[in-house]
Design a protein around this ligand. Structure first.
Ligand code: CAA
Length: 260
């Protein structure tokens, strides 16, 4: 697949996707969203790839949706644009592979929303992450108002979205938005180490956990418990459950399906 706005590197079982429009601070336009969707669909079907890392070229992770493109949109086009971003980010959540946002710089608006749709977030000490849409006279459009309160609580989400003021890495870590912080030069190597650790786990279990957690927020408590018991039980039909438990009892490292 020929890539224009993205770069792809494969590190054994880990796919590293880099947003590659540094002159526009990797702002998301329709073309980039479509390219990312196509690439993720290919990765999803690739049995070798067991974890995905998203990062940005230059000084930004992603500085938001493309303001130049949005400035020319009418309300109908704006709605379609929001729905395209939302569908892509929901697709990412539903992919089996865990996705890590490796936040190397500005993660603003759509960039913050993209990071929120990833399963885990690492960041350099230099980042700024926030939802500055209010300063443009608009509101979040790629599900920031939906995911942020679920991730960090309504109170912190209100602070971010109403003030539009970005957070530092430390501030974002304090409220649970960022999981790990590293010096800029150590960010990607350390993120790859986390990705490799995830890639060595049971992909079936990881995919089930992603699904289970998403569902648990949609369901009422006892329904969510029932769903958990069902997914737990389904694990016992998989070779990875046998391998994981046998490896523990035999005091060796498990070798889950799909690993060489
Ligand atoms: N869209 C389009 N272009 C962007 C952009 C964006 N979101 N962010 C930056 N750029 C462009 C700038 O226009 C500039 O281009 P030119 O060189 O052609 O002028 C280039 O990238 C470099 O940017 P700056 O010169 O502004 O760089 P800086 O270091 O001085 O400032 C910044 C960096 C603070 C991130 C600043 O660029 C900025 O505030 N960007 C906009 C951030 C933003 O508001 N994001 C939210 C967008 S709305 C949204 O995302 C809606 C949604 O939920 C779907």
């Amino acid at each position: 697949m020929k890539l224009k706005n993205l770069k792809l590197e494969i590190n054994q079982h880990v796919a590293v996707i880099t947003f590659n429009r540094p002159d526009q601070l990797n702002a998301l336009n329709l073309e980039t969203l479509a390219e990312l969707k196509q690439l993720l669909e290919k990765i999803e079907k690739d049995a070798v790839l067991r974890c995905i890392v998203l990062t940005g070229a230059g000084k930004a992770f992603v500085a938001g949706a493309d303001i130049k493109a949005m400035s020319e949109m009418n309300p109908k086009q704006a709605k379609a644009f929001a729905e395209t971003g939302q569908a892509l980010f929901s697709y990412m959540e539903q992919m089996p592979q865990p996705i890590i946002a490796c936040i190397n710089g500005f993660a603003l608006g759509g960039g913050c929303e993209l990071a929120c749709a990833c399963d885990l977030r690492t960041a350099s000490t230099k980042i700024k992450i926030g939802e500055p849409e209010v300063n443009l006279g608009i509101v979040p459009g790629f599900a920031g108002s939906v995911r942020l309160p679920r991730l960090i609580g309504l109170s912190q989400a209100k602070k971010m979205i109403l003030t539009g003021e970005p957070l530092s890495a430390l501030e974002a870590e304090e409220i649970g938005l960022i999981h790990w912080i590293y010096k800029p030069e150590e960010l990607l190597p350390n993120t790859l180490k986390i990705a490799e650790r995830l890639a060595a786990k049971s992909l079936t279990a990881l995919a089930t956990i992603k699904h289970q957690l998403r569902k648990s927020l949609e369901l009422e408590f006892t329904e969510a418990e029932k769903f958990e018991a069902e997914t737990f039980s389904k694990c016992f039909t998989t070779p990875d459950q046998k391998e994981g438990m046998n490896a523990f009892l035999e005091k060796r490292k498990p070798k889950f399906e799909g690993l060489d």
